[in-house]
Write a protein that binds this ligand. Structure first.
Ligand code: ATP
Length: 371
């Protein structure tokens, strides 16, 4: 079984002065596709390299299948790794590149190796390129060869380290789908490192979000998007990013409100239905978060409610099916994702509102109060 367990895994460098990975605990089920995502320097590559055996572990345990692998060499771990730079042998043909690892590590016959190489090449759609050298291939084709080389080994797990970073945007999107398809077809446990949250959202069965070497949240893409466990996850996942505004709790005679401060403007949101459950206290400071797609344009002929705001449009970013509007409410920028048919000019007034359901609340220490 190809489950992978990380138990209290820590990695330090420079005699402990750099903590790259801090007490990480993650269980990856057999056949699962887990994406490790986070900003540059958060420790994702180091985590993957420890699983691969390319980096030693400072503390904790890593198991692949039922085997504790802490002290095993990379080649003893039954994993195949796919890198950003493909790592192909330039003087070997595609056929030799794909079959090379098998020749070294197994006692399969030449005919068996040849059959497996051809099957892998077919799966990757590169069967016509088997006699070419890497330099004759495009970046996308080279990455397919690298994937073919991983598949042919029939390993317990695939480890991907930003494998699509060198490809152009269109090819990257295409290869995401290809990798997901192959992973599902083969059912091999996979860990995929990326700093691209869109890649994480589209590819992972589950996503593990890291920051500063620490696990912030692990969950399905929907869980992480809709119910971020803290402000960091809320801000990192989603593009454009969630809007954040400082606020305080105001307990009045007629109920409990969250009062958001957008520059000189204060905007009151009634939160009676959740106030008791969330133990909100009068005067408590917190942060309000609203996703751009939850900020809705209020048309001129629509009856306004008390939460409607109006602010001048600063920038319109056309994205094809949507427009991203950046509006300035007393010095605080709010971003709204609207239908591309609504296309105001910069300087025009944008009237908007959002449902209370869409309101996220974060405590001062960054933990989620409501999502
Ligand atoms: P990126 O997306 O930029 O590759 P990452 O999330 O993969 O970043 P890591 O490469 O794992 O991050 O690095 C985590 C931290 O450990 C960083 O602060 C990095 O500078 C540090 N680090 C990594 N390798 C070493 C090393 N060999 N010696 C010292 N510090 C290191």
């Amino acid at each position: 079984m190809g489950q992978i367990s990380l138990n209290d895994v820590t990695k330090t460098f420079d005699d402990g002065s750099i903590v790259a990975v801090d007490d990480l605990n993650i269980e990856i089920a057999d056949g699962e596709f887990l994406v490790l995502v986070g900003p540059s320097g958060c420790g994702k590559s180091t985590t993957l390299r420890m699983i691969a055996g390319l980096e030693s572990i400072s503390a904790g345990d890593i198991s692949i299948g039922d085997v504790r692998v802490n002290n095993l060499e990379p080649r003893e771990r039954d994993i195949a790794m796919v890198f950003q730079n493909y790592a192909l042998y330039p003087h070997k043909s595609v056929r030799e590149n794909i079959g090379f690892g098998l020749r070294l590590s197994t006692d399969l016959s030449n005919a068996e190796i040849e059959e497996r190489v051809e099957d892998a090449a077919e799966m990757m759609g590169i069967e016509d390129l088997l006699d070419d050298k890497p330099k004759q291939l495009s970046g996308g084709q080279q990455q397919r060869v690298a994937l073919g080389r991983a598949i042919v080994r029939e390993p317990e797990a695939f480890l991907f380290d930003e494998p699509l970073s060198n490809l152009d945007a269109k090819l990257r999107t295409h290869m995401r789908t290809e990798i997901s398809r192959i992973q599902q077809e083969l059912g091999v446990t996979s860990i995929y490192v990326t700093h691209d949250q869109a890649e994480a959202m589209t590819m992972g069965d589950r996503i593990a979000v890291l920051n500063d070497g620490q696990l912030q949240q692990v969950g399905t893409p929907n869980e992480v998007y809709d119910h971020p466990e803290n402000r960091f996850v809320a801000s990192f996942i989603g593009s454009p990013s969630m809007n954040f505004v400082d606020a305080t709790v105001d307990v009045r005679d007629d109920g409990t409100y969250v009062v958001a401060k957008s520059g000189a403007d204060t905007l009151s949101y009634p939160v009676d239905d959740v106030a008791a459950e969330l133990a909100l206290e009068d005067g408590q400071s917190l942060e309000v978060g609203v996703r751009p797609e939850d900020i809705r344009h209020v048309a001129d002929d629509e009856a306004p409610d008390e939460r409607v705001q109006t602010a001048p449009v600063e920038v319109v970013e056309p994205m094809g099916s949507d427009n991203f509007l950046h509006v300035d409410l007393n010095g605080v920028t709010w971003t709204s994702r609207v239908d591309s048919r609504y296309e105001p000019d910069p300087g025009e007034q944008f009237t908007f509102t959002f449902d209370l359901d869409a309101l996220h609340l974060f405590a001062d220490d960054g933990t989620t109060i409501k999502s």
